[in-house]
Design a protein around this ligand. Structure first.
Ligand SMILES: Cc1ncc(COP(=O)(O)O)c(C=O)c1O
Length: 370
């Protein structure tokens, strides 16, 4: 049988962080002793306010939700000082990324992204017959910083979408506002998608306010990280109304269920959960960085502003897959750079920042590897 879409003939799927119960069963390690550091989830679980709202709204499940998720749009607009018509909601940011791919890049044209990056950017592009262009500008392995000039120079006349992730994944590196503005202003014929999935961990308000200034910018956020709602599937984007209208036109009509809408609304007001999570991540990011000084075969890529960091493997006698497997046997789940990120070689792992005991377990397990 022939499939219509080019991408489907060479299907490549997202490689998620391994689930704890799988690792527990495969290696015979009690579930409670698994350190799950490969999916950048919230160590404190879901926002309690969101959970309560979800429970309180179970009785609405016989009703169709607003197809544009209007109650959530209004809450987001209220929170960030924009108009509800400038907000798009999706089943996680991931769904919005697929809408953007279809609405803003014709088949055969280019979508630019830093290499390495969140794999969904290039997987969706390929599955939809668009051309992903991974621009590898980071020459310094110890900082992995995006070279903004080189990134801008790579934009071509048929580049329709330009991704910027801030903080970046997998490196956690940070771009100042002036640098983001430069990229947006240099991309007049392309939509810049600023993915702020991890922005809370930068301890800044992020750059949603820029969406009001530029007609070629969409800023995306997720409820999966700091709000602890990865399993609920809620994300949103803020952009000019014309951008949002184009996304609504390709959106599956009722993409957001009642529980996603009510959970998202409540989470936005759960400042205590956000503050507690950010405080722990920022503190333990520093803690784990210090503990890595004890290791001579591994070093942290510095200056992550996210809830994860890259580890560089300095020992030439091993590689990321061997270290990844060795950590699994010791109950520690991370991401194998060479498998999880296109363009990241076998010298890197991506590890989450989490509770102190998990940071200790990670460092102790790395020290214990043969
Ligand atoms: C950079 C980046 N953007 C977006 C997402 C997806 O978020 P969501 O769960 O909202 O689909 C992730 C998830 O890991 C991510 O790393």
């Amino acid at each position: 049988m022939r499939y219509a879409h080019v991408g489907l003939e060479t299907a490549e799927y997202y490689v998620p962080g391994l689930p704890a119960d799988y690792v527990s069963q495969r290696y015979g390690i009690p579930l409670a002793e698994i350190s799950k550091l490969g999916s950048a989830e919230n160590p404190y679980g879901s926002s309690p306010a969101a959970l309560e709202a979800v429970r309180d709204n179970l009785e609405t499940l016989h009703l169709y939700p607003s197809w544009t998720a209007d109650p959530l749009r209004e809450k987001i607009a209220d929170t960030y000082g924009c108009d509800p018509s400038e907000v798009i909601c999706g089943a996680g940011e991931t769904e919005i990324l697929s809408l953007i791919t279809r609405a803003f890049c014709p088949p055969g044209d280019k979508i630019q992204m830093p290499g390495p990056c969140f794999p969904i950017y290039h997987l969706f592009a390929e599955a939809e017959g668009r051309i992903p262009v991974l621009v590898h500008t980071a020459t310094d392995r110890q900082s992995m910083a995006l070279n903004v000039d080189a990134y801008i120079n790579a934009i071509e006349p048929d580049t329709r979408i330009v991704y910027v992730t801030n903080p970046h994944s997998p490196s956690g590196t940070w771009l100042e506002e002036a640098e983001v503005r430069r990229i947006v202003e240099a991309s007049a014929d392309a939509l810049v998608v600023l993915d702020e999935a991890y922005v809370h961990y930068s301890d800044t308000p992020g750059y949603i306010h820029l969406a009001a200034e530029y007609d070629n910018l969409a800023v995306l956020r997720t409820f999966s990280k700091v709000y602890g709602l990865a399993g609920l599937r809620v994300g949103f984007g803020v952009a000019r109304r014309a951008v949002v209208d184009a996304l609504l036109a390709v959106k599956p009509t009722w993409n957001m269920g009642q529980l996603q809408i009510s959970g998202g609304i409540a989470a936005l007001d759960d400042h205590a959960h956000v503050a507690r999570t950010v405080e722990t991540i920022v503190k333990n990011r520093m803690y784990v960085q210090n503990r890595f000084e004890e290791l001579d075969r591994f070093q942290i890529v510095q200056n992550s502003r996210a809830n994860f960091f890259l580890v560089e493997i300095l020992d030439p006698d091993t590689d990321s897959t061997k270290v990844f497997e060795g950590l699994l046997e010791r109950g520690v789940v991370v991401k194998d750079g060479s498998v999880s990120f296109r363009g990241l070689d076998d010298r890197f792992l991506r590890c989450d920042v989490n509770l102190k005991q998990h940071m200790d377990r990670l460092v102790d397990a790395l020290a214990d590897l043969p």
